[in-house]
Design a protein around this ligand. Structure first.
Ligand code: GLY
Length: 185
């Protein structure tokens, strides 16, 4: 029901030139939809690497759109020799850059997870014509088999950097990363 009401609100705000109007009683006017794809990457006690990426898709997407999450190498890639990477944000950009695969390959070539995350974001900015042209977000998270972690996003704010929640034997901690285009969100 909540999703249906959010969809109605979206329809009502789509255009000023149609006949969709919000209800006078403001039944769902204040409701804000939390959206988001989630990556969960892990390493077992024997050093085996695993990962999953959920998808909420893209709100208002055209029927049949697949997105990056179910495409290995786009929204998720794991390699038992290297580590794991996952992505959220505009799926099309991760598909056309093979974003998660590229990230793991950069780690294989010796980049730290943080360097690799940032370089993939840079690549996505580059293939879209540079910082002034991009109007979407992507976020990448990764770890290598040494347990190093990387997080980077395209858009972000100083007081709201991209982050990953990390659980180890020592407990839970939050690792903050870097937004390459600060202040553009
Ligand atoms: N990253 C989720 C999607 O674009 O479908």
């Amino acid at each position: 029901e909540k999703a249906r009401l959010v969809w109605l609100e979206w329809k009502e705000n789509l255009s000023k030139d149609d006949d969709w109007l919000p209800p006078a009683d403001g039944l769902y006017g204040k409701m804000k939809r939390k959206t988001g794809t989630i990556n969960v990457l892990g390493m077992g006690v024997h050093g085996d690497v695993a990962g999953i990426t959920t998808t909420s898709g893209l709100f208002g997407k055209i029927p049949g759109r697949i997105g990056d999450s179910p495409i290995i190498g786009a929204g998720l890639f794991v390699d038992n020799e290297v580590g794991a990477a996952g992505a959220t944000g505009r799926g099309e950009e991760l598909i056309r850059t093979c974003g998660s695969f590229l990230l793991v390959e950069k780690m294989r070539a010796g980049k730290s997870p943080q360097q690799a995350c940032e370089e993939v974001v840079e690549r996505i900015i580059y293939v879209n014509g540079g910082p002034d042209k991009v109007d979407f977000n992507v976020k990448l998270v990764a770890f290598n088999k040494a347990g190093e972690i990387g997080v980077a996003s395209m858009m972000g704010e100083e007081d709201n950097p991209p982050f990953a929640s990390v659980i180890t034997r020592s407990g839970l901690r939050v690792v903050t990363g870097k937004s390459l285009l600060k202040g553009k969100q």
